[in-house]
Design a protein around this ligand. Structure first.
Ligand code: NAD
Length: 506
């Protein structure tokens, strides 16, 4: 991490959002935000001080008193306005996103769009936050539930979807009546901040949404702050496990969505053309830096013969800066990320896997300084190899061969991660067996990246998720609300009874 101690006079600075004001941090620790295709410094982001974190949480706590009783339709209307503003500003924000993160412009628009869908969903909070009612559970007694907001919620987001993932969190938390403190990725907070500005423009009141920047210290301060009631985290398994443990120990409810090794299983009866195209797109799109990227391919039986065709298609992808038209694969987010992926590729070769396609050493004219690695494919991979056990988070696909669908299911279920998986087949019976027996959160049947739309919730198994309730959909309304169960009886003079010391209500 290239943190340094001076704000730097020549670059714009990223502001904190505290109590409705975009303010300059007083921090002495700052980090450059760097265009991964050019190494141009775009801006500098502060690592907020403890006093600034306290001020943000304090503002959220104060704002909660009024926001929690704002009528539900008034909250929903802000989301309606917000979704319109996001739509209007999508091309501008996509350019910011591509500049700071590296993904292609159409993919940056997709990143924003998948978040926009959550904002649209948030606008239907009126029906999502309904309680339940049962009449006459005992003589003259009714029971009903209230779904009430819980208070100050915090969100910690990763670099790879700087639009979608913040939008998974604060719109749903806020529309449920909570207030929020967001800690975006320190690697690419500019597009997140552009979306935050629009949220304020849409009418989110002072103190209801706050933003602090930083790394571990800020995250730990949020996870341990007395006034924070819930923490939403998306990022790597190591950090997510730390956040889950720390925040849980401090009495918060926590949802932690973490790392992945997403398998695609190909049966020989699959539609060859569609499957190979899907695999190449899901393996190398966004330079493999999607939590749902296909990173391990399991070829079952005769499907092993498809490998040369797959390699040929991967070889044909265009590697270039994300801003250039027709780019398929952009740069990795940072020099450090590139070095890490290069060392894992070297490790794969050392451990005996066969490099079918080597993306190292790729040169992109006009962007010689970019963090590029071309599509890379290893065959002959075994489950004990580092490249199989580790989330590489780069354009690297590892290929394994098994004899049967049962073998493939057992292999996937033994992997430490359980985020996403795809099965490619034309057999309904195989697909049904697969969806029943596989222990992975997102299951695709002839779908390589099965990210659920916002009426459902994102989920995960094993090392990919901690906590019960996932982001967006119905589950997140449960996460961001406290259920209160009311049992009530209204006396009328005609039904006066005597003293009753038993538990029965009658
Ligand atoms: P990361 O874990 O490095 O960072 C995530 C957040 O945690 C950032 O805001 C960062 O500032 C903070 N952080 C970093 N180190 C910390 C520490 N030691 N203590 C406390 N906080 C810390 O993740 P990343 O590299 O930004 O994102 C990539 C990872 O996110 C991948 O593992 C990917 O699979 C995962 N991811 C998962 C999902 C999902 O839904 N399961 C979605 C997107 C990304």
């Amino acid at each position: 991490m290239s943190a340094s101690s001076a704000a730097g006079a020549n670059h714009p600075t990223v502001k904190l959002l505290i109590n409705g004001e975009f303010v300059e941090s007083a921090s002495t620790e700052w980090r450059d935000i760097v265009n991964p295709a050019t190494q141009e410094v775009l801006a500098r982001v502060p690592f907020a001080t403890r006093a600034e974190v306290d001020a943000a949480v304090g503002a959220a706590q104060t704002a909660f008193a009024q926001w929690k009783s704002t009528p539900i339709a008034a909250r929903a209307r802000i989301m309606l306005k917000y979704q319109a503003l996001i739509r209007e500003h999508m091309p501008r924000i996509a350019k910011i996103l591509t500049a700071e993160q590296g993904k292609t412009l159409p993919d940056a628009e997709g990143d924003i769009f998948r978040g926009l869908e959550v904002v649209e969903h948030a606008a239907s909070i009126g029906t999502l936050q309904l309680g339940e009612f049962a009449e006459n559970v005992a003589g003259g007694v009714d029971t009903y539930t209230l779904r009430q907001p819980i208070g100050v919620c915090a969100g910690i987001t990763p670099f790879n979807f700087p639009a979608m993932i913040p939008l998974w969190m604060f719109p749903m938390a806020i529309v449920c009546g909570n207030t929020f403190v967001l800690k975006p990725s320190e690697q690419d907070p500019l597009s997140t901040m552009a979306l935050v500005e629009l949220a304020i423009e849409a009418g989110i009141p002072r103190g209801v949404l706050n933003v602090v920047h930083g790394g571990k210290e800020v995250v730990d301060a949020l996870c341990t702050h007395e006034a924070v009631k819930a923490v939403s985290f998306v990022g790597s398994t190591a950090v997510g496990t730390h956040v889950y443990t720390l925040a849980s120990e401090h009495g918060k409810r926590v949802q932690s969505m973490m790392g992945a090794k997403n398998h695609a299983i190909v049966l020989p009866d699959a539609n060859r053309e569609q499957t190979l195209n899907a695999l190449v797109g899901a393996g190398f799109g966004a330079a493999g830096q999607r939590c749902m990227a296909t990173s391990a391919l399991v070829l079952v039986g005769a499907a092993r013969e498809w490998l040369p065709d797959l390699v040929a298609r991967a070889k044909a992808l265009k590697i270039n800066a994300g801003i250039e038209p027709n780019t398929d694969v952009g740069p990795l987010v940072s020099k450090a990320a590139k070095e890490r992926v290069l060392s894992l590729i070297a490790k794969g070769a050392d451990e005996g896997a066969t490099l079918e396609l080597d993306g190292r050493g790729v040169r992109v004219p006009g962007y010689e300084e970019g963090n590029f690695i071309g599509p890379t494919i290893f065959s002959g991979v075994t489950t004990d190899m580092t490249i199989y056990r580790t989330e590489i988070f780069g354009p690297v696909l590892v290929v394994l061969n098994v004899a049967t669908l049962d073998d493939a299911i057992a292999l996937v279920n033994r992997n430490p991660f359980g985020n996403g998986v795809g099965l490619f087949t034309q057999s309904g019976a195989a697909a049904r067996k697969f969806q029943s027996e596989i222990d992975v959160g997102q299951v695709g049947i002839n779908i390589p990246i099965p990210v659920p739309v916002p009426f459902f919730s994102f989920t995960g198994s094993r090392g990919s998720k901690l906590g019960d309730l996932g982001p967006y959909g119905k589950q997140v309304v449960q996460f961001y609300t406290q259920t209160k169960t009311v049992t009530s009886r209204w006396f009328d003079d005609a039904s006066v009874g005597g003293v009753n010391t038993t538990i029965s209500l009658r």
